[in-house]
Design a protein around this ligand. Structure first.
Ligand SMILES: [Fe+2]
Length: 284
């Protein structure tokens, strides 16, 4: 069943897609009152069929597809849809990845997957744009401002010592302003290190009405970022096992920090939580 939340977006609709496999992922569609949509990430390969259907229900044309960072629980559905579009037309892809060699050094186990997305982006350079901190794009009547890009951290992190977390810190961070000035901050999988940099750089300027909880709601940015954001709505791109920190032994019995982060948001007085694992949800 579709969860619907009236937040006064004046004809705009933000869909948080549910995970179609057991694995965590991140996938959003923003649908303006008319015309093509905006997609953020898209999820795993197993999430592609759902996403393609939802894009087709909205006319099939994607004006802007933003990939937050180079991890396959974010970009694999895009590869699947590019290879099997089924009517979907993508006008432009926005991303910013560190050099492929840098990623391979920090995440050698994902070398094959990483190669696939780099190959795809190289094949479709005519529709790809690399975005940087300070850039603003305006698809579908939205204003999207980029606040963080890989250049901020790549030179500061030694990829050979970082066990893969480095790529999370290269996530694009961006704030979407709807025409009525309601805002949604997307943090991708940003981790504590880059999160602290973000808090220091922007402070209270991070204030936003909606926030996508960093790194699927746990082990992402520190509480200081959320204190600056002061959101009214939290978007949790987490399946229920991750949201409840439960790998089969009951609530809060696994190793994830989601329940701690849920506590932070309770302290901040957030009343509306939209959880990927609960099924599709629309904020409108
Ligand atoms: Fe992720």
């Amino acid at each position: 069943m579709m969860k619907e939340i009236n937040f006064g977006l004046q004809g705009y609709r933000l869909l948080q897609a549910p995970n179609m496999t057991l694995v965590q992922m991140m996938s959003y569609i923003i649908h303006p009152p008319s015309g093509p949509v905006v997609v953020i990430d898209g999820g795993n390969t197993g999430d592609a069929d759902y996403l393609r259907d939802e894009i087709m229900k909205r006319g099939g044309e994607v004006e802007a597809w933003i990939i937050t960072h180079c991890h396959d629980d974010h970009y694999a559905a895009l590869i699947e849809i590019m290879n099997n579009p089924g009517g979907v037309k993508i006008n432009r892809i926005y991303y910013n990845f560190p050099p492929q060699e840098w990623i391979n050094q920090t995440e050698p186990v994902y070398k094959v997957q990483t190669g696939k997305i780099f190959d795809l982006l190289h094949t479709y350079t005519d529709i790809c744009t690399v975005v940087c901190e300070g850039d603003v794009i305006e698809p579908a009547g939205l204003k999207i401002e980029f606040l963080h890009d890989p250049a901020k951290v790549c030179n500061l992190i030694d990829p050979s010592t970082n066990n893969g977390y480095a790529v999370n810190d290269t996530s694009l961070v961006f704030r979407i302003a709807f025409p009525n000035e309601k805002t949604a901050l997307f943090l991708g999988d940003l981790g504590p290190y880059a999160g602290d940099m973000l808090a220091e750089r922007y402070g209270k300027k991070l204030k936003s009405d909606i926030v996508q909880m960093a790194h699927h709601g746990q082990n992402g940015v520190n509480k200081n970022v959320y204190e600056y954001v002061q959101p009214e709505i939290c978007l949790w791109s987490a399946p229920m096992w991750l949201y409840d920190n439960d790998l089969g032994r009951g609530f809060n019995t696994a190793k994830y920090k989601t329940v701690i982060v849920r506590g932070w948001m309770e302290e901040l007085g957030v009343k509306v939580h939209v959880v990927e694992g609960e099924g599709p949800a629309i904020i409108y």
